[in-house]
Design a protein around this ligand. Structure first.
Ligand code: AMP
Ligand code: MN
Ligand code: MN
Length: 329
């Protein structure tokens, strides 16, 4: 099957390729609470630029979650705390991040970079780059990165592992935002002799006992609303303490909520020291991105989030439920 970018997208890719070839030192980064799509995209691009003999660093706000450490070159990923702001780059490439604020403390480095390339598939993107390639029709940033990497040099097996991980992760195992083009790209990546079963097991089947213990506590908070169309779960700070866990151990919890028959929206409230993080998932009838956006968050129709600073978990629950009253289904 032929997969062809539209003229507009093709032009963007060409523009980005030109810039990448013309500059020498690059920063690659992505959003806070780094995820599989962001990491896979970063690494695939990192490999591309290394092949072109460029100087490249990947620096993120957060440490890489353990489940993604199987990815090739993942040990090259640094955090801002490891590098500090005393680093200089010709260009910064920001992937999978709807705004400059979302890169967290890496913004301190970005401020000094003269040229920014912004590549993203979120519905809400503030076009903060000197070049912006934004397209919400792609399943993942990894899918966009496939086209860019393909233009830069021949995609190798390591890159295929990274890109397949991005797509698999952001589609929640080929559930959300998939179409025949996404599947065709996944097929092409599998053709690079990667093991799709192994990657899926690494991402979805490696839950730690600690995470299960946290889930057991969280299950006690499960509540339904609006004739069981909305399902919510809460993780107050004390749950992390009791189970010696952190936010990393909540991976997959919100996806469980939406897996329940009849539930249209799943919402996970996670308390933090300085506020409450909200993760929302929808089967598609309700646009959770528009709800998240009301609280300065963002995402996609089926998966969105926001962070309410200095607000307690119960207050945030009331605010979100109030906002959801206006949604119809
Ligand atoms: P999460 O609930 O963290 O898994 O995020 C679901 C989707 O919403 C992802 O595409 C995130 O990038 C996006 N998202 C989450 N939190 C925010 C936020 N505070 N601002 C913008 N987008 C967000
Ligand atoms: Mn992401
Ligand atoms: Mn993404």
């Amino acid at each position: 099957m032929e997969v062809k970018l539209s003229q507009r997208n093709e032009k963007k890719v060409e523009e980005i390729v030109k810039i990448l070839k013309s500059k020498d030192t690059f920063l690659i980064t992505s959003h806070i609470n780094i995820d599989g799509d962001a990491i896979g995209s970063e690494l695939a691009l990192y490999i591309c630029l290394k092949k072109l003999n460029k100087k490249v660093q990947i620096i993120n706000n957060d440490k890489i979650p353990s489940i993604f450490k199987f990815l090739p070159f993942s040990q090259k990923i640094k955090t801002y705390f490891m590098t500090g702001k005393k680093v200089n780059f010709d260009a910064g490439i920001i992937l999978d991040s709807g705004s400059l604020e979302r890169v967290g403390n890496v913004k301190e480095i970005i401020k000094k970079i003269p040229f920014i390339i912004n590549i993203d598939h979120h519905l809400t993107n503030s076009n903060f780059g000197n070049i912006n390639w934004i397209n919400p029709y792609f399943s993942s940033s990894g899918e966009m990165m496939y086209f860019l990497c393909d233009k830069l040099n021949k995609i190798d097996r390591n890159q295929a592992i990274c890109l397949y991980t991005s797509i698999l992760y952001d589609t929640c195992g080929f559930v959300h935002r998939v179409n025949k083009y996404t599947m065709e790209i996944a097929k092409r990546l599998i053709d690079k002799k990667i093991n799709p079963e192994k990657i899926a097991q690494k991402i979805f089947y490696e839950k730690s006992i600690k995470s299960v213990n946290l889930f057991k506590l969280a299950l006690n908070t499960l509540k339904f609303d609006r004739k069981r169309k909305i399902c919510i779960m809460k993780i107050p700070l004390e749950f992390y303490k009791k189970t010696k866990t952190n936010e990393e151990h909540t991976e997959g919890f919100v996806d469980f909520l939406i897996s329940i028959k009849g539930v249209e929206v799943g919402i996970l409230f996670k308390e933090k020291k300085n506020g409450t993080k909200v993760s929302m998932r929808s089967k598609g009838k309700i646009d959770v991105e528009s709800v998240a956006r009301k609280f300065d968050g963002g995402g996609h129709r089926e998966a969105a989030g926001c962070f309410l600073e200095n607000k307690k978990i119960d207050e945030v629950e009331s605010l979100i439920m109030e906002e959801l009253k206006w949604t119809e289904y």
